[in-house]
Design a protein around this ligand. Structure first.
Ligand SMILES: NC(=O)c1ccc[n+]([C@@H]2O[C@H](COP(=O)([O-])OP(=O)(O)OC[C@H]3O[C@@H](n4cnc5c(N)ncnc54)[C@H](OP(=O)(O)O)[C@@H]3O)[C@@H](O)[C@H]2O)c1
Length: 351
């Protein structure tokens, strides 16, 4: 068990210097609603005064900014439970940040800006086990990791000898999910975009096989990788991939619909192939991570331990400087990221 002393709680030796707090900061706002995959011109950088904390708020400095696909839905008002972002408004985003007053490391909804005044009640400590970088709380030990954990432990429930297929398999959710399925004894097969990601999937994340969804012969490769059919499938790719995998389901398979990138980017619709589901007597779950918050303590303990012991690897796609955020977001939403997408906005005192 981790003791609070052993975790990355406030490091008082690294307090930010308040005398060096600038008057101005940069922030990135939505310039116009994206059409399809977002591009750099959909965003605009502005210089504004550093916000001041109102009653119940604290001022934080954004250090590691998380870029997440659900933000694409927010930019057009289609994300579950989030109000739409209008042109001229700050782009939302979660970050590992440092409280200016105390130096405490927290997870905060800063948005794409250098400083944010945020309600103190919404902050969570950015706690990681010893030896684990704090950026892990944005990936394997954060919302994407909880998504993977809920998918595997609650819905797909892989057993020893099962064949489990994961799409977007080297991404923030997929990279964690594939490793969890492998640790449960399943034979894991990655579906990814491109030969480089195939290599990463097998060599870094321990998938038994990897299939490149851009390869015209990818269905043959999938059939070769899953000779006994697919017992579990975590879906986070386009409709053609869903159709291809569901055609190979074994009887009694479990399918989890987790990500629909064509819906997010408004580039297409994904249709569930009903015949394939019926033939396999399959169960299809829709997953929304917010429904699984009760798993958080068990997830943090179990996955935290796996990462600390080096049994679950972290993969990050890191970019530097706030100005890199729009291009990094384009890269994420067009499927070119490898691992959890993070923008390092300011130096991390510990790095
Ligand atoms: N349901 C929930 O509660 C929940 C929670 C978290 C995340 N999600 C969803 O899960 C998915 C993964 O999230 P993440 O944060 O881990 O992102 P990610 O996997 O790091 O990045 C997205 C990946 O999607 C893949 N992709 C497949 N088909 C694509 C297409 N047609 N266009 C663009 N990208 C495509 C790309 O990987 P390849 O090129 O390798 O295929 C890309 O790298 C996202 O769709 C996200 O919205 C859902």
């Amino acid at each position: 068990m981790n003791t609070p002393e052993a975790m990355n709680l406030p490091d008082k030796t690294n307090l930010p210097d308040k005398t060096s707090l600038p008057d101005e900061q940069r922030r990135i706002v939505l310039a116009r609603r994206p059409q399809g995959v977002p591009v750099e011109d959909d965003f605009r950088t502005e210089t504004t005064a550093v916000p001041s904390a109102g009653p119940g708020e604290v001022l934080v400095r954004t250090v590691h900014l998380s870029l997440d696909p659900f933000v694409r839905g927010m930019l057009t008002g289609r994300d579950l439970g989030h109000p739409p972002v209008h042109p001229g408004e700050l782009v939302p985003g979660r970050a590992v940040a440092q409280v200016v007053e105390t130096g405490e490391w927290v997870v905060a909804e800063t948005g794409w800006q250098e400083y944010a005044a945020v309600p103190a009640a919404t902050l969570r400590p950015a706690v990681t086990p010893p030896g684990v970088p704090r950026t892990a709380v944005l990936g394997a030990l954060g919302m994407p990791g909880l998504t993977a954990y809920a998918a595997m432990t609650r819905l797909l429930r892989p057993e020893v000898g099962d064949t489990v297929v994961v799409s977007a398999a080297t991404g923030a959710v997929g990279g964690t999910a594939g490793q969890l399925a492998g640790l449960a004894g399943a034979r894991t097969v990655a579906i990814v975009g491109g030969p480089d990601k195939c290599r990463v999937a097998v060599e870094c994340l321990g998938y038994a096989a990897a299939v490149d969804r851009h390869d015209p012969d990818w269905l043959d490769a999938l059939a070769a990788a899953c000779p006994d059919g697919v017992d579990g499938y975590l879906h986070m790719a386009g409709g053609a991939v869903l159709e291809g995998v569901l055609d190979r389901l074994a009887v009694g398979a479990r399918v989890v619909l987790c990500g629909l990138p064509e819906h997010a980017n408004e580039t297409g619709r994904t249709v569930l192939p009903a015949g394939a589901v019926m033939r396999a007597r399959a169960v299809v779950h829709g997953l929304v991570v917010h429904d699984h918050q009760d798993l958080r303590p068990r997830f943090a303990d179990r996955v935290g331990r796996l990462v600390a012991e080096g049994r679950l690897r972290l993969l990050e796609d890191v970019h530097h400087g706030l100005d890199a955020a729009p291009a990094a977001f384009r890269r994420l939403m067009s499927g070119r990221n490898v691992g959890k997408t993070i923008v390092q906005v300011a130096p991390d005192a510990a790095s």
